[in-house]
Design a protein around this ligand. Structure first.
Ligand SMILES: [Zn+2]
Length: 457
C-alpha cells in the first residue's frame, strides 16, 4: 500500500525512542521532528485517506501520552493537542491538515506556472481553458489520476479552501467574468441571475466584457433587450459590484489568499488557520511557553492548565487504579484533585503565599491553576526582577508536584518550610543558569532572596 512507508517511518522513528525515558517535553520535541521530516513528496501529491491519517495520529498520540498496547490514558483530546501554542495546542499539526496544506499549493502553482510542462499536460488532459486562473472541477466520469485526486480533494474539502481564494483583476484575461470570485460576490452568475439571463455573452473572461479607454476601464456588456424600469435598480447594483472588482491599471491577473497578510498562499499559515478554528486565542499561553522555564516544566504547566494530571480524582474518574489513596498527601484531609494539590491545599497555599510575601505581593485565592497564572502575570513587578518573579511560578508549581510525587510514591512527607526551601533552591538554580549576573550564587538566593528582589539595583 502506498502510505505504508510513511506509517512505517512514523512508527519506527517513535519506537526507536523508549517513550518512558523521555520527559513529556522531550516527547513533544521528538514528535515535532518526526512530523517535520515526513516525506513531503507523498504528502504533496496524494490525498491521505482518513483511515491512514487516523492511524498515524493515534500512533503519535499514544507516544505523547506514553500509552502502550492501549494501556494508559490520552489525557487531552488530539484535537486540542494539535494546533498553535497561542490557541492552547502544542505547536504541531495533524498529518491530514498538513497534507491538505500541501495539496492546496497546486492550486497556486496552477495560476502561476503558466509555461511549465506539467501545467501544459494537465491543461491538455483535462481539456482546461489554457488561460484559466483556477482549475475547474473535474467530473467524476473523467479519467482518474493524480491531478483529479488533487483537484477533487481541494475542491471538495470541507474547510472550503477556495472560499478564501479570490481572483484579483489585472488585465482581466484569465478571470472568468461570471463564475470566478473576483468581486464582492462569489459568483456574478449566482448573485445576479436575472441579469445573467439578459446578457448575450454568458461566458468569457473579464476582458471580453470591457476594455481600457485612456487608462480607465470601461464596461461593454450587451443585453438582449432594453431594461424595464423595475430592473434598473438591480442593474445599478450589478454595476456597483463589478466596478468594485476593477483594477486601477492593467497588470497581471492573480490570486489572493485571505489567510496570509501578503495574500500569498503558504502551507504553514493554512495549517495554523485550520488547526485554530473553533479555538480561542489566549495570551496566557505565551506565559506558559515562555523563554525561561525548562520545556518539561512548561509542558507540565500546559497540562495543569487543562487540569489533566494523574491525581487521585482524575484517575478514579477514568476508572484506573481503583485502589488509589483518594486523599491529598499534603493535608490528608481533602480529595486530591488538580486544583487542590497545586494550589488550594492548605499546606500548598501557604507555600505560594510565602513566596508572595517575600515579594510584598498579595494575591487572591484562585479558582484553579489557570487563574493563578493569570493573577501571577498581572502583578506589577519592577522590570529588573520581573522574569525572576515569573520563574517563581514555575519553580513553585514544579516543586509542589515533585514533592507530591515523592509523598505518593516514596512515602515522603514535607512541611511548608521544607517545600518553600526547595522552591527557593529550584528558582535559585534556574535563575543562576539563566541570569548569572542577577543570581550569581544559588545559595545566596536561598539564604537571602530579599537582597536580589529588592537589591540595590
Ligand atoms: Zn491537601
Amino acid at each position: 500500500m502506498m502510505w505504508q512507508p510513511i506509517m512505517e517511518k512514523v512508527r519506527s522513528r517513535l519506537q526507536s525512542w523508549k517513550g518512558n525515558l523521555l520527559s513529556f517535553g522531550g516527547r513533544i520535541t521528538l514528535i515535532k521532528s518526526v512530523l517535520v521530516n515526513l516525506p513531503v513528496y507523498y504528502m504533496s501529491l496524494f490525498s491521505m485517506p482518513k483511515s491512514i491519517a487516523d492511524m498515524i495520529n493515534k500512533c503519535i498520540s499514544s507516544f505523547l501520552w506514553n500509552v502502550k498496547a492501549d494501556r494508559g490514558i490520552h489525557w487531552i483530546k488530539w484535537d486540542m493537542v494539535c494546533g498553535p501554542k497561542s490557541h492552547g495546542g502544542l505547536g504541531f499539526f495533524d498529518v491530514k491538515v498538513r497534507n491538505r496544506a500541501l495539496l492546496n499549493k497546486w492550486i497556486w502553482r496552477f495560476s502561476e506556472d503558466t509555461e511549465s510542462l506539467w501545467k501544459k499536460i494537465i491543461v491538455a488532459k483535462y481539456n482546461y481553458d489554457p488561460l484559466a486562473i483556477l482549475p475547474k472541477g473535474i467530473s467524476a466520469r473523467s479519467s482518474n489520476g493524480l491531478w483529479k485526486e488533487i483537484v477533487c480533494s481541494v475542491i471538495s474539502n470541507e474547510e472550503d479552501f477556495l472560499l478564501d481564494v479570490r481572483c484579483v483583476m489585472g488585465n482581466g484575461v484569465r478571470i472568468d467574468f461570471w463564475s470566478d470570485f473576483w468581486t464582492g460576490v462569489r459568483s456574478l452568475k449566482e448573485a445576479f441571475p436575472r441579469i445573467y439571463g439578459l446578457v448575450t455573452n454568458k461566458q468569457g473572461k473579464i476582458s471580453e466584457f470591457g476594455s481600457w479607454v485612456n487608462g480607465l476601464w470601461s464596461w461593454n456588456i450587451e443585453l438582449r433587450r432594453e431594461l424595464f424600469s423595475w430592473e434598473i435598480p438591480s442593474w445599478n447594483r450589478f454595476n456597483q459590484v463589478i466596478n468594485s472588482g476593477v483594477s486601477t491599471f492593467p497588470g497581471v491577473d492573480s490570486l489572493k489568499w485571505s489567510g496570509a497578510s501578503n495574500g500569498i498562499y503558504n502551507s504553514r499559515d493554512f495549517c495554523i488557520k485550520l488547526a485554530s478554528a473553533g479555538k480561542l486565542q489566549d495570551p496566557l499561553w505565551y506565559k506558559v511557553w515562555n523563554k525561561f522555564a525548562p520545556p518539561k516544566v512548561a509542558a507540565f504547566v500546559w497540562k495543569a492548565m487543562y487540569s489533566r494530571l494523574p491525581v487521585a480524582s482524575e484517575l478514579m474518574k477514568r476508572g484506573v487504579n481503583a485502589s488509589v489513596q483518594p486523599l491529598c498527601l499534603f493535608c490528608k484531609e481533602h480529595q486530591e484533585d488538580v486544583s487542590h494539590v497545586l494550589c488550594h491545599c492548605s499546606v500548598v497555599w501557604q507555600v505560594w503565599q510565602r513566596w508572595c510575601y517575600l515579594w510584598r505581593v498579595r494575591i487572591i485565592f484562585p479558582i484553579d491553576v489557570r487563574q493563578l497564572l493569570q493573577v501571577w502575570s498581572s502583578q506589577f513587578i519592577r522590570r529588573k526582577v520581573r522574569n525572576l518573579w515569573h520563574l517563581g511560578f514555575f519553580g513553585l508549581i514544579w516543586q509542589i508536584w515533585l514533592c507530591r510525587n515523592k509523598s505518593r510514591f516514596n512515602g515522603a512527607s514535607f512541611t511548608v518550610d521544607q517545600l518553600f526551601n526547595l522552591v527557593l533552591l529550584q528558582v535559585g538554580f534556574w535563575g543562576n543558569v539563566l541570569w548569572p549576573t542577577l543570581v550569581p550564587q544559588v545559595l545566596d538566593f536561598v539564604r537571602c532572596p530579599d537582597a536580589i528582589i529588592f537589591g540595590c539595583g
